[in-house]
Design a protein around this ligand. Sequence first.
Ligand code: ADP
Ligand code: MG
Length: 693
Amino acid sequence: MRCELVGLDCPVCAQEIEDALVREPGLEVARVNFSTATLIVPEDKIRDALAIIGRVEPGVRVRCPDHGSEHRDEAQEPKVNPEHVRVVLALAAFIAGWIPRILDALPTHLGSVFFLISFAIAGYPVIITAARNLVARRPFDENVLMTVATGGAVALGEYPEAAAVMVFFSIGEALQATAVRRSRAAVTSLMELRPDTARISDESGERTIPIEEVEPGNVIVVHPGERVPLDGIVVSGETTLDTSALTGESAPRPTAVDDSIHAGSVNGGGVIRVQVTRPHYDSAVARILDMVTEAAEHRAPVERFLTRFARWYTPAVVLGAIALAIIPPLAIPGETFSTWVYRSLILLVISCPCALVVSIPLGYFAGIGLASRNGILVKGADVLDTMTSIKTVIMDKTGTLTDGRLQVSEVDVFNGFSADNVLSLAARAERRSNHPVADAILRRAPALHPGEEGSVEEIPGRGMRLNSSDGRISVGNRRLMTSEGISTESSGSTEVFVGVDGVLAGRISFTENPRKKASDTLAALRKLGIERLVLLTGDSRSPAEKLARALQIGEIHSELLPEDKVRHLESLREEADGPVMFIGDGINDAPVLMAADVGVALGGLGSDAAIEASDLVIMEDRLESIPTALEIAQMTRRRVIQNTVGALSLKALFLTLGALGMTGIWAAVFADVGVTLLAVINSASLLRAEIRH
Ligand code: ADP
Ligand code: MG
């Protein structure tokens, strides 16, 4: 079950909670996610988990759904955050401390009293946490660092310093917590896409019930301005739907009877009645939300590195600081301990890797959020990372580079069959298929033969076979016909053959159009650094070549079975010596989507199998979203690098200045808090970034 962790402010704490949980038998599967502040635990182990969390991070509260007695009661969110009040009081006392020093009239001792008050107000949570960590034998966290450093300053009589450190630190923490909370809220607002109730309509009239109680087949009513609560098919009424929250597509979509619609879209026009097709937990939006929350669990390698890094880094810094305090005064004649102790305190204070530890996971999370705002579902931070090193993009033809809407252009007949006859035989075999070929035939075929259907079989990359009382009907490419013992001749366009009991009955040819934006999209991909574009298709050579020429794709491989596509992908990966991306429409593509380092499925709202197999799902059937996704990945990467370089260089600068005695502790803290905040803001603002092209 999924619970919320209230007050989870640091990624290292999240990691520590998770580490403690998974050590407990039965809790090995527990996961703690910093970016979404969620805990995932087996339902029957929740009690143990709560006990462990209480021990490891007493400041964190757990809120679980439907666990009335178990969750710790949360008071109503107060208007004024007590944390902010504390910080303001500490700041006021700090300022008051300076008054006697500026106005010579008052005794300096009075100022020192104010500084100590300020130190106490700002510092007590830090000191308490530090004490608790020491008891729990975790001596090396930032709270301990801060306590040691400021305690040292107090001992040296540097009261303003000690107060300044704690005050700036608290201000930084408070602002940082706000920034983290904001960006969490921005992403989780996606999760409010789906209303909890539906207005059901039956003999007894309309009534509002929870969506859990609505069953597929029920008819619900959606009024103008309301969000559609469940997936279904419009049975009466006409309207326009705003699907932007789901797909990123801003143009309203006209919707009429027989159109299928998705939960989460907003009714912008008239009243519609909708027959529900899926239970609430299976609606497209429910699956998207599950995936966005799970996405944050797949952490980027940098993030994983960082949480581990923070663990040995802090002890190393403490040892360094001790060495700095002891060695120079002993080794250099004339140097005093107090100077070097002070310098080592500076080292302690600015060594905290907070800026990185907080801002990097937040950056990836914001990247995932930005993508979903654009109708792109990224299945993990690691996917964003991999995308930045892609140089080879492999594409499927039908439905990916073409608009997927084939038109029957010609029906050639053989052996005494009529065109209508051929079409209706084909339509019978294709009734269960969702391949674009099937779609075109079904649109064109005259009214189907009534009567029993027989057993159908879809052979991926080849076609359909139907055993009916009229004989064995096969519809598909040359390969399929060969296996039926039928020899064929190609017309040179996209085509399928229809055979009955080993006799060729007809050849259906199709016209297909490249997507309107295909050539712009490929240009955008090249601009974003993609060096090699390859077309893989199950279709025959000549239509594939025609399309490749129109779109200026240099490399094509045709007449491939799904497994051949995998083989080609693997050899392309070897040549690229790096990750490769595959883009498909999800029909007959699942094996390649899975094999690719980044598998992209177009039109994710439609196909379950494609969502499962891919790493990136484009909600709406828009090829243009792929450059957008690459751009988001690159932007995320850039921000992570900016934060890392910025934070590390500032630290190096202050470490040097500190060791040379050229800066005070408070200036170092000020810089450190400042850079942490900037990094967090830099990460969080990615969520609102504009996509250029
Ligand atoms: P692609 O998407 O690359 O065109 P597919 O693997 O989907 O390739 O299909 C390859 C070929 O197999 C199609 O061009 C078509 O000739 C044949 N085929 C696949 N599925 C069907 C089907 N349901 N009906 C008829 N032919 C099909
Ligand atoms: Mg295909």
